[in-house]
Ligand binder design. Structure first.
Ligand code: TRH
Length: 355
């Protein structure tokens, strides 16, 4: 099928990061994708080689030459009016999806797959990624987990000049403005640690802070998305943010801290707790409490704990969680099945006698 995916870069890199992964994975499964994006600059470092089957197009208000069988608007970004008019004229009409933000909250199960009739006569369908079987699932590229098996993180880091010393543990840091950093660094430095800092706020803030003894900071360049994944696989602890790196850290299944995208009305606190509830379901109460508190403190929502949770136990929680996620719905498969059902529904002749 031909897919038209629309992406507006609201801020940061998650909108494009997610859309690029989606486009590339659809293409890897034999679909043809046009990715319409209003600011594609970050692709120069995320995906410099592009991907076969994906055409990146500048966002335009002009009428399109054609409309694909499927139109995806990412995060309610509203395709241009001229494109929507062309969609309404297409026979048969495309399947139109609004692919929403990821959340572990209950409303996702209730809202996933609901129709939203549009003034132009078409129906737009809500498609929600999520963590449970009644959602659209998480994007997991075919073969990703297999390529992690036997991956030698230390060798990969060494090949890039970022090897920790034998006695050091290694952590990655990708964050927004992070008020917790000054309190976190001494906890990290209780053991010799190499901290690999992503460009942007992580590096800027670290530069301005006094570093404790036993903490070594290395500033990384922007990495290709695939290398960013490998970085997460290589670390003993990953601090990630937003939406896409948050998911990738869960596939990496190393101890992780999530800095959730802060919202002014404070709704991010409920969103964080909802994810922690799922992650920590069934985990021994003391360990679950430590992991919860550490994530809350990282987001300024709890007092700072005296120590990091023990990394091996923390890692087994993430390993069990990854196994649960990997057994659950996968987003691209769900998307393909959803679209196939809608196409079949549209092709079905109306029942005898009218409606
Ligand atoms: O950049 P983010 O904070 O993005 C998002 C968006 O801002 C979005 O509007 C907001 O709603 C959402 O957060 C909650 O974080 P995220 O989602 O992790 O996206 C970062 C992308 O950048 C991700 O695809 C991984 C990629 N990346 C690389 O490819 N290389 C790198 O070196 C780094 C640090 C990131």
């Amino acid at each position: 099928m031909r897919w038209d995916i629309f992406c507006r870069v609201v801020d940061n890199h998650g909108d494009l990061g997610f859309c690029w992964r989606l486009a590339a994975e659809l293409a890897a499964r034999g679909e043809r994708v046009r990715l319409w994006v209003d600011d594609a600059r970050a692709l120069a470092w995320m995906a410099p080689a592009g991907a076969a089957g994906v055409q990146v197009q500048p966002w335009t208000e002009a009428a399109p030459d054609r409309v694909g069988e499927v139109v995806v608007e990412a995060f309610g970004c509203d395709p241009p009016p001229a494109f929507v008019q062309a969609m309404a004229r297409r026979q048969p009409p495309p399947v139109w999806l609004n692919l929403e933000y990821l959340s572990a909250e209950d409303y996702v199960e209730r809202s996933h797959g609901l129709p939203s009739p549009q003034a132009c006569g078409l129906v737009k369908w809500f498609f929600y990624p999520g963590f449970t079987t009644r959602t659209g699932g998480l994007l997991l590229e075919r073969g990703l987990l297999q390529s992690m098996e036997g991956f030698d993180g230390r060798a990969w880091l060494a090949a890039r000049g970022w090897a920790p010393a034998a006695h050091e543990r290694v952590c990655s840091l990708f964050c927004y403005a992070q008020a917790a950093l000054p309190a976190w660094l001494p906890l990290l430095a209780r053991r010799p640690t190499l901290l690999l800092a992503a460009p942007g706020p992580a590096q800027r803030q670290l530069r301005a802070l006094e570093k404790p003894e036993h903490l070594r900071v290395l500033e990384l360049p922007w990495l290709e998305q695939r290398d960013f994944d490998r970085l997460l696989w290589s670390c003993d602890l990953n601090a990630v943010r937003g939406e896409d790196s948050f998911v990738r850290a869960q596939w990496a299944a190393r101890p992780m801290l999530w800095q959730i995208y802060p919202q002014h009305d404070g709704v991010h606190a409920g969103k964080l707790q909802a994810w922690l509830d799922l992650l920590l379901h069934g985990v021994d109460a003391p360990l679950a409490g430590e992991i919860r508190r550490m994530n809350l403190a990282w987001n300024g929502l709890a007092a700072w704990p005296p120590a990091l949770p023990p990394l091996p136990a923390w890692e087994s929680v993430l390993a069990a969680w990854r196994a649960r996620l990997a057994a659950g719905p996968e987003l691209v498969e769900q998307l393909l099945a959803f679209v196939a059902r809608k196409h079949a529904g549209a092709a079905r002749p109306p029942p005898a006698g009218g409606r």
